[in-house]
Ligand binder design. Structure first.
Ligand code: ZN
Length: 319
């Protein structure tokens, strides 16, 4: 639920350096990643998923994650998030000092086997081990551990996944030691009604406090509509990527994740404080296009610009 005593109303979590870059074939130089992260943090973004601890031979684009985490940790006030596929990756994430660790669990077992070569039981075993590793870290440095229910809105291999299976896996992640679960529309299959229905289903299993975030893609153009549906249910953390980088190869012209710039504009226009300075956020695009000139950047606000007289929800200090 929205907490008006907090500094911000909605946490926009930038996932471009992970989800965006893993979907583009070009490898972004480490210095460009650092410049991107620093510029976005300077624009007011509070949380950035900076990489993934996967074997470099699988995702060479993210082979420098440990170095990028170390750099991001030097930025005051930034929550440094990473994705891990297993306990080995979690150990590396803890060693690097990540603040938040996300383990994806594909609710479609076919997808889980195809992507991670692991059954549900095997992924839950990894979650149990990660829970143990996380609890071994002194409380003041302990990372937040999230289990992400990926392909939650449907799978390209299996189609719709039964509710009972999603509910069972959400409970299993919490039992394994996750601090919370998240919903992830990996395939861009979600619609606003499905978003509301699944949030209600998963909350019924894990409780309202253990489901606060959602990860949406804009594959079929429903990204912001889905975000609005999630907002209506009281979710407060939204993943997005700058320029929607990493567009869907199966849907030319469609961005990957929902576009950070457009999401922040929608939220601020609605009077919800993100803490992000939109003008400065728009300037960050140049850092990405300079490093990856051949990659398409998406979003409406960057071309249309802010409406005349636009007043953001956040009153920003002029430094
Ligand atoms: Zn994604």
């Amino acid at each position: 639920m929205i907490d008006r005593t907090s500094e911000i109303d909605i946490l926009v979590s930038e996932v471009g350096p992970r989800d965006g870059l893993q979907s583009v074939s070009t490898i972004m130089p480490t210095d460009a990643k650092k410049a991107w992260i620093a510029a976005e943090a300077a624009a007011g973004v509070r949380e950035i998923e900076v990489g993934s601890f996967v074997p470099a031979k699988l995702l060479p684009q993210l082979a420098d994650t440990a170095e990028v985490v170390a750099f991001a940790k030097s930025i005051p006030g930034l929550t440094v998030a990473v994705l891990v596929p297993n306990a080995r990756g979690a150990a590396a994430a803890i060693m690097a000092g990540a603040d938040k660790i996300t383990l994806p669990l594909s609710v479609s077992e076919t997808h889980s086997l195809a992507n991670l070569r692991r059954t549900h039981v095997q992924v839950i075993d990894e979650a149990v081990e990660i829970g143990r590793l996380v609890r071994g870290v002194p409380a003041e440095r302990r990372p937040h551990f999230e289990g992400s229910l990926s392909t939650a809105f449907g799978c390209t291999l299996e189609g719709a996944i039964p509710d009972a299976q999603i509910a069972r896996l959400a409970a299993a992640l919490m039992d394994a030691g996750c601090d919370e679960v998240g919903l992830s529309d990996t395939t861009g299959y979600a619609d606003p009604a499905a978003v509301k229905r699944l949030i209600k289903l998963v909350r019924g299993v894990v409780g309202d406090q253990a489901l606060t975030g959602i990860h949406l893609h804009n594959t079929r153009g429903l990204g912001l509509a889905n975000a609005l549906a999630a907002l209506d249910t009281g979710l407060t953390t939204f993943d997005a990527s700058l320029g929607g980088i990493g567009g869907c190869p199966f849907a030319p012209g469609a961005s990957g994740n929902i576009v950070t710039e457009d999401l922040v504009f929608m939220l601020e226009a609605m009077g919800l404080r993100t803490g992000i300075d939109i003008d400065r956020l728009l300037e960050v695009r140049r850092v990405v296009t300079d490093a990856l000139p051949q990659e398409e950047m998406f979003g409406f606000l960057p071309d249309a610009k802010l409406p005349l007289g636009f007043a953001p929800a956040t009153v920003l200090e002029t430094a």
